[in-house]
Design a protein around this ligand. Structure first.
Ligand code: SF4
Ligand code: FES
Length: 249
């Protein structure tokens, strides 16, 4: 396949960015999207030009590092798929593909397609953990948890912190990400001790980092590669209201 690419190039955080045209030749249908970009970059390097900066690590849909908006959709056209798992068979010879970074005030561009997602780390550092000393690993059946509860908690724990939910949201809200973490911990016994402090601290940090509010339109759920449901946002709202009442706020 020969593909026409329009790729966001931006030299640095304060530089003006623009879409630049590239051609990708001899693209195999079996290549992943990121392998296609690797080949484009090899060509640029051979010509002595600056390679296109983009993030990736595991390339298996596990780490949440890859972060490209493909034809206007975070992670591209396939549902429940990270962009590193997207394959070129999804495209046709002659197609034009537009590739942009996550766009959100809280995720400033570092270079080209790489954004700074440390705002997510600050939200986790504010409360997305369990600091109770639980000792060594207990036997599986020591703490009894109903099957449906443990499965809902583990489904929430599937969030890989990629930030596609923020990129898809017109308000750049981090609610789906936060609600996945808050649900995971609030549903399990180990998360109870810090339950109320956690939700207040995480929401406060998200506000401080400039993430927007949620207007329940569901774009986040539609692009989430781990298909985290927005029902988690309703749970987070209940957690937040309960914590506010208990704190007397
Ligand atoms: S909720 Fe989904 S889209 Fe948002 S950070 Fe987690 S995995 Fe990524
Ligand atoms: S590179 Fe790890 S999820 Fe895509």
């Amino acid at each position: 396949m020969r593909l026409h690419l329009k790729i966001w190039r931006q030299a640095g955080p304060t530089a003006a960015g623009r879409l630049e045209d590239y051609t990708a030749d001899d693209v195999s249908a079996d290549m992943s999207f990121l392998e296609m970009l690797d080949v484009v970059n090899e060509g640029l390097v051979r010509q002595g030009r600056d390679a296109i900066a983009f993030d990736s690590d595991c390339r298996e849909g596990i780490c949440g590092t890859c972060s490209l908006v493909v034809n206007g959709i975070p992670h591209g056209p396939d549902r429940g798929t990270t962009v590193c798992q997207l394959h070129m068979r999804r495209f046709k010879d002659g197609n034009t593909i537009t590739i942009e970074p996550w766009r959100a005030k809280a995720f400033p561009v570092i270079k080209d397609l790489v954004v700074d997602r440390s705002a997510f780390d600050r939200i986790i550092a504010a409360g997305g953990y369990v600091s109770v000393n639980c000792g060594g690993a207990p036997d599986g059946n020591t703490v009894l948890i109903p099957k449906d509860v443990s499965e809902t908690a583990m489904d929430s724990a599937a969030c890989i912190g990629c930030g596609a939910c923020v990129a898809a949201c017109k308000n750049a809200s981090a609610h789906l990400f936060m609600s996945a973490k808050i649900s995971h911990l609030a549903l399990l016994p180990q998360g109870q001790v810090e339950r109320h402090r956690r939700v207040l601290a995480m929401v406060e940090q998200a506000d401080a980092d400039g993430f927007g509010s949620c207007s329940n339109e569901g774009e986040c759920e539609a692009v989430c590669p781990k298909e985290i449901p927005i029902a988690n946002i309703a749970r987070m709202t209940r957690e937040y209201l309960r914590a506010m009442l208990i704190a007397g706020k």
